[in-house]
Ligand binder design. Structure first.
Ligand SMILES: Nc1ncnc2c1ncn2[C@@H]1O[C@H](COP(=O)(O)OP(=O)(O)OP(=O)(O)O)[C@@H](O)[C@H]1O
Ligand SMILES: [Mg+2]
Length: 415
């Protein structure tokens, strides 16, 4: 096993396209690291540079103690598990797992020992004589992992291994991969564009946008302390709500009325300037089901509810609002950056299943404004971020280098 250190990694493709811009990520020995971001943000490119399938334009790739920039893939001792598992259909499960050992000229007894050990770990014992075509998707996945295990690789690398599976199997496999990784304790880098996979699998998650690292933190840190609008909008489903906001004293003016925030938070932002407030759906509630004790921590406002989706244990209410042009512009850009996943012209509010709010009601909504983030509409920075609990934020570590990297990415995107 080994740590993987990426230092100021740059990738420019042959046609000059800057796919990865000055990315530094330190994967600890035994850590489960996720690379996440919208399509085209450079996740696969980064992974392929770790394995050695893609040249590194600039920067250092260090695995264990070794700089591997110029090492051939076979000399890096890494195991990559692809989306389609690449199993040999005519070979038995046993021989599929044994394949890398046979290739390396291992003796029959060594092959047998290692294949049986892997198959035991992966609970494949009763399937060893079968062909991959007769296995379930999950079993095939385990065979692919078995092949990686017998090689005693220093790390596992996954590129969207679950994206071909249906939702149910994807959920099962997610749990299975997490369990296996913990049991084996092997350094793992896992690429996905699915924020649920990122949140549930990773010890830490690296969020990328257009080849630039935005934040590297634990799932909890990303969720509660996103460093900028992009991370805030990407992590969480349904996504965080973004609203125009102006702060005066400890009051924040929102489209629905005024709410109070703590003094410490108010002190972090400029007064009287148009900002973007970010509030997650679960930090709202039907005021009538909030108990007295909790009520005092937040503010209430009255508004018309457009649509209600009742899911049994909870409900989502949709409340349209108008945003100022400056805010609208930033949010439109954000939507583009996020691959247009979000709907930003309405507030999404999560309500307790006991709530009786119905479509078209004038409802009293409670909001826990302590949980509000305030973003600079020009830069997208979270002005109220708690740096102690935000993991690594490249924009704070070296603002100039980060600005340069963002400029390169923005230029390329404009062409
Ligand atoms: N061989 C290539 N030549 C030129 N540009 C490339 C090449 N391969 C990838 N790119 C570009 O580099 C960027 C990053 O590609 P990459 O495949 O790493 O994205 P990704 O994050 O894995 O996306 P996805 O989620 O769609 O798999 C993209 O804009 C892509 O078009
Ligand atoms: Mg990819």
């Amino acid at each position: 096993m080994a740590a993987i250190t990426m230092k100021n990694i740059v990738k420019k493709y042959g046609d000059g396209f800057p796919a990865v811009n000055d990315v530094s990520i330190d994967v600890q020995d035994g850590e489960f690291m996720i690379l996440v971001g919208p399509s085209g943000c450079g996740k696969s490119t980064l992974l392929r540079m770790i394995v050695g399938l893609e040249d590194i334009t600039d920067g250092d790739m260090v695995i264990g103690e070794r700089k591997v920039n110029d090492l051939a893939p076979r000399d890096r001792n890494l195991a990559m598990v692809f989306q389609n598992y690449a199993l040999y259909p005519h070979l038995s499960v046993y021989e599929n797992i044994a394949f890398p050992l046979r290739l390396a000229g291992a003796s029959d007894s060594e092959v047998d020992e290692k294949v049986r050990a892997a198959s035991k770990t992966l609970e494949l014992d009763e399937h060893l004589e079968r062909k991959p075509g007769n296995l379930s998707g999950g079993q095939r996945q385990r065979v692919a992992m078995g092949r990686a295990i017998v090689r005693d690789a220093d790390a596992f690398l996954f590129d969207e291994p679950l994206s071909n599976l249906d939702a149910k199997l994807r959920g099962q496999m997610r749990t299975e991969i997490a369990r296996l990784q913990k049991r084996l304790g092997i350094t793992t880098v896992y690429v996905t564009h699915d924020q649920t996979e990122a949140m549930t699998l990773g010890d830490r998650v690296a969020v990328l946008k257009r080849g630039v690292l935005q934040q590297l933190a634990s799932p909890r840190e990303l969720y509660t302390n996103p460093g900028n609008l992009f991370v805030a909008g990407f992590i969480g489903s349904p996504p965080m709500n973004f609203l125009p906001a102006t702060v005066r004293g400890t009051s924040v003016e929102l489209p629905f009325g005024s709410v109070k925030i703590p003094q410490e938070k108010a002190a972090m932002v400029p007064e009287g300037k148009l900002l973007i407030a970010g509030i997650r759906p679960e930090h709202f509630e039907d005021a009538s089901v909030v108990d007295e004790g909790k009520r005092g921590h937040g503010s209430t406002f009255t508004t018309r509810v457009d649509v209600v989706e009742w899911l049994g244990n909870e409900a989502y209410a949709y409340i349209p609002f108008e945003a100022d042009d400056a805010v609208k512009e930033q949010l439109t850009q954000l939507e583009r950056d996020l691959d247009g996943e979000a709907m930003r012209n309405q507030l999404v509010v999560s309500l307790d299943g006991a709530s009786r709010i119905a479509e078209g009601d004038e409802a009293e909504i409670w909001v826990d404004a302590r949980q509000m983030h305030l973003f600079d509409p020009e830069t997208g920075d979270n002005l109220t971020v708690d740096l102690e609990r935000a993991g690594r934020l490249p924009a704070k570590e070296d603002p100039q280098a980060q600005a340069r990297a963002e400029d390169v990415a923005a230029d390329a995107a404009a062409h």
